[in-house]
Design a protein around this ligand. Structure first.
Ligand code: A3P
Length: 289
């Protein structure tokens, strides 16, 4: 692993991995023309992005497994800000599904004038940092996270890709998007995936049968996705992602933070997040203590 200066570019004060982003790719995102029937999933990294790259095509097409069995996740539901979008954009069929880690303020002008729908996925930041810590160890294109203790400081100070979790969440909770945006949590999806799929399907105006929902839920289970070569990153050379160090689909549970934080770290982490989320705390689905 290399130092952070080599692995990240800085774009509007955010660190973006050089391996997947470039000045051309962010310019492409800035000039991207959203269509009214586009669907965008927005996440802070490690909140369930890849999961939604599996779910979205299936909900949109009524459960036809062809795309998730034949197209790698990064081309199937590409990232708005990554290099691959320019390569695959012409192959996307309507309604196009994309993902983004950008905060609200970095959405391109066409996004605001379109009717494109957004699904914002939130996850408990205590689990995000644990997932991210392991991801930094297996991803050769990211910097060395140091010890978990050191990584806590980096995360809290926003010295990680896409900046502070609190800034990201806050930016997407105060939008003018009205019923164009839906919020869902990773925890809700872990607890009852069919119910979460029903909410997503209703939001997207798809009238899926119970049978279709069941089929999609089975296909999008952690175990099935872990075995899907189009979604588990096994197609990526080991020098970029080394699943021998840690699989990308690592645990897929809520609450793994309990196995990683000591009491002092938890208090430090929660006090910073609590302070920065002061005005939001009542409506957060997890306790921050
Ligand atoms: P863990 O590291 O806690 O296991 P992202 O795609 O945003 O990078 O998020 C990755 C996290 O989502 C990982 O969390 C991964 O295991 C989890 N994930 C991916 N697919 C999942 C699924 N089908 N069920 C539960 N968790 C899933």
């Amino acid at each position: 692993m290399s130092s952070s200066d080599e692995v990240y570019m800085v774009y509007r004060e955010l660190l973006l991995p050089n391996e997947t982003h470039s000045s051309e790719s962010v310019k492409f995102a800035e000039e991207f023309k959203f269509k009214d029937d586009d669907v965008l999933v927005v996440t802070y990294p490690k909140s369930g992005t890849i999961w939604m790259q599996e779910i979205l095509p299936l909900v949109l097409n009524g459960g036809d497994l062809t795309p998730v069995h034949t197209i790698p996740n990064w081309d199937r539901v590409p990232w708005l800000e990554e290099k691959r979008l320019a390569v695959v954009v012409d192959k996307l069929t309507s309604p196009r599904a994309m993902v983004s880690h950008f905060p609200y303020s970095l959405m391109p002008p066409s996004f605001f004038t379109s009717k494109a729908k957004v699904i914002y996925v939130m996850r408990n930041p205590k689990d995000i940092i644990v997932s991210s810590y392991y991801f930094h160890q297996m991803a050769g294109f990211l910097d060395d996270p140091g010890t978990f203790d050191e990584f806590i400081d980096k995360f809290l100070e926003g010295r990680v890709m896409f900046g502070k979790w609190t800034d990201h969440v806050k930016s997407w909770r105060h939008t003018e998007l009205g019923d164009r945006i839906m919020y869902i949590t990773y925890e809700e999806m872990v607890e009852d995936l069919p119910a979460a799929l029903r909410r997503i399907s209703d939001f997207l105006g798809r009238n899926l049968s119970d049978e279709a929902i069941k089929k999609i839920a089975e296909h999008c289970s952690f175990t099935t996705m872990k075995a899907n070569t189009m979604s588990n990153f096994s197609l990526v050379p080991k020098k970029y992602m080394d699943s021998d160090k840690c699989p990308f689909l690592r645990k897929g549970i809520a609450g793994d933070w309990k196995n990683h934080f000591n009491a002092e770290q938890l208090a430090r982490f929660c006090s910073v997040i609590r302070k920065e989320m002061e005005s939001e705390i009542v409506s957060l689905p997890w306790t921050l203590d």
